[in-house]
Design a protein around this ligand. Sequence first.
Ligand code: FE2
Length: 240
Amino acid sequence: MNIVDIHCHILPYVDDGASTLEEAMELLWMEADQGVTEICLTPHLRHKMFDSSDEKIAEKFAQLSAAAREQRLPIRLHLSREYYYDDHFRKKLSEGQLLPMGGDILLTEFSYSSDFQALRNAAMEELNAGFTPLFAHVERYRAFEEDPNCGKALMEMGVLMQVNADGVMGRNGRKTKLLCERLIKSGCIHVVASDTHDSINRVPGLKKCADYLEKEIGRASTHRLMYENPLAILNSLEEE
Ligand SMILES: [Fe+2]
């Protein structure tokens, strides 16, 4: 099965992801071997923690793209960011200084302790600013653990939601695995992505996850979560 990965930290030198160009290429080849055909690189933007500018990531993206071309990597690369929701991000949102995925989609992460109200307010803010929220690894937030209707309510507002392959596979504990299963089966998850960071601890595990999900929810649903929906997100600019 072909796979599209729209959340990863493979771009080197810019956050807590790949630390060298060589490691980045190793990760890209691991993804290619698993059937990944398109990747969106999503370096963190989190004030006072991961502050690399859009100019710096564009420069690293050009370097990585050149290396990928040279090695004939069979993957199309895209560039966006994973935004941490805080006042710094809100300022950028109000000024429109963002690097969305596709036309207007913002991969956004939150503090683990976020409740439903906080997530709903953030979604409203992004929607009102003319963007489409794509909430990153929703299996990590308290709101989703506590409130079984949280996913459905956000989906009805127009929020897209992503879970990590590691969460689905139980690498973050049984409780998280069960939550991923419940969320996927309830139909509020649009995308499964790798959120890969490095070649040792947080390696790309999309093929194993696709094989597992095929048995759990069938091939068509797995294909939607791991190929059709993420591809539609990347192509959303052209579809408008
Ligand atoms: Fe991430």
